[in-house]
Design a protein around this ligand. Structure first.
Ligand SMILES: C[S@@+](CC[C@H](N)C(=O)[O-])C[C@H]1O[C@@H](n2cnc3c(N)ncnc32)[C@H](O)[C@@H]1O
Length: 394
């Protein structure tokens, strides 16, 4: 039984990945400062202890775990932000030092830390070097530490999401066999999207009150047609909530989903925004296993913040045997074999496990034409955007 604890737990992507692998585990603790994240966790991931703020915890009292995972806040390191790093005025850069303290006190056999890829570049890599030095010196140099930038789209899910992943293995247990997963072919985005309604595809547009997103979608459609392509038949994804001029679109790949794009990017072949189920699949998550416990904008915010399950799962397949936590023969890379995508594509049209009790919106699969392009953020989303001032977009 592998004991696992997570900080900055969000949507518990690590627990989802471990479940997919069918590994026996005991989920010892979660921790998130955001009450809506805690709602999602409580509804979906039964655990022993829920901490509310990792900076206020006495790590000596934390349960011992074999695996510790934290996707710590990216804002102080985001290329879209002020890049204040450890000097972040809101104290978020300090979170890393609390994570370090946690590792020192609990001494898990393995840890995974995740952050935006911008971490590698800021101050010419100074912050990343400082982080790696601290991790390397931990407990007298007890851990072997490796890192790599991995993109979700190179690991079985068509979503362009570059993230920094750092893996530590206690030297006493390290077989020396760990290597980050190699890229695999990117499957078609059609396998992740709901069925196409041909009429909506050609008529759908964001609400006329949402001037910027409407303008961005119209400009993208014109541009794609000019290139001789049919955007209503071929799937282009438009980052329609960006300021005009910066709004980009991509063919067959979801541009990076972030918490500032909680309403979903525009899908030209569907004539509507990406639904929350589609956004889940594009993070490697199975919506039919997931109970929605928060509003749709809050769910969109969480989906923009989370680690991708496919990437974590592929890391775990290699990490658990390398740290003698599981036998290699017991674990399968479901993304490499195509099994995971097959399973996800079968969830299309099936919605979530249980519809949101508190969600005020209709189930997103059955998008009505009038609602399809809704872009006016509801008050909760506006509040959420204020909480994420740097927009984490990289
Ligand atoms: C980039 S997100 C990562 C989410 C998560 N790793 C996942 O896979 O869904 C950062 C998370 O850290 C949480 N967070 C920020 N400061 C925190 C703190 N002091 N204590 C606990 N969680 C914190 C945020 O609420 C957010 O959910």
């Amino acid at each position: 039984m592998i004991k696992i604890g997570t900080d900055c737990s969000g949507m518990e992507a690590p627990i989802q990945a471990m479940r997919n692998l069918g590994v026996k585990m005991s989920h010892e603790f979660s921790c998130d400062v955001n009450p809506t994240a805690r709602k999602t966790i409580a509804a979906n991931f039964p655990h022993a202890i829920m901490y509310e703020d990792l900076t206020k915890r006495d790590n000596k009292k934390c349960p011992k775990v074999d695996m510790y995972i934290a996707g710590f806040p990216c804002q102080p390191f985001s290329t879209a932000g002020l890049q204040q790093g450890f000097k972040d005025k809101r104290g978020r850069g300090e979170i890393f030092f609390h994570i370090l303290d946690m590792l020192e006190k609990v001494k898990p056999r393995v840890f995974i830390l995740e952050n935006v890829s911008g971490l590698k570049k800021i101050e010419k890599g100074m912050y990343m070097k400082a982080i790696l030095k601290e991790l390397g010196d931990l407990l007298g140099g007890s851990y072997n530490v490796q890192w790599q930038i991995l993109n979700t789209k190179q690991h079985g899910v068509p979503h362009s999401r570059n993230r920094w992943y750092c893996v530590g293995i206690l030297k006493d247990f390290d077989t020396g066999d760990f290597a980050f997963p190699e890229p695999i072919p990117c499957p078609s985005i059609e396998l992740f999207l709901e069925e196409r309604d041909p009429q909506l595809a050609t008529t759908g547009l964001p609400r006329t009150t949402a001037k910027t997103s409407t303008r961005n979608v119209k400009l993208a459609l014109k541009d794609i047609r000019k290139a001789g392509k049919n955007p209503f038949k071929q799937t282009y994804i438009v980052d329609c909530d960006s300021s005009t001029g910066r709004s980009a679109y991509a063919n067959g790949v979801m541009p990076c989903m972030t918490c500032s794009r909680a309403a979903g990017h525009w899908v030209t072949s569907r004539g509507r925004r990406a639904s929350k189920e589609e956004m889940m699949r594009l993070q490697g998550m199975n919506p039919t296993h997931f109970k929605v416990a928060v509003t749709q904008p809050q769910l969109g915010y969480q989906l923009g913040n989370t680690m991708s399950v496919n990437v974590l799962e592929r890391i775990f397949v290699r990490l658990l045997p390398a740290a003698k936590l599981a036998k290699a023969s017991e674990l399968k890379d479901r993304w490499e074999s195509g099994q995971a995508v097959k399973e996800l594509s079968r969830t299309r049209g099936k919605g979530f496990k249980v519809d949101a009790v508190s969600s005020p919106t209709t189930p997103p699969c059955r998008v009505s034409k009038r609602r399809a392009g809704s872009t006016t953020p509801s008050p909760p989303l506006k509040r959420l955007r204020r909480m994420c001032p740097t927009k984490c977009a990289v």
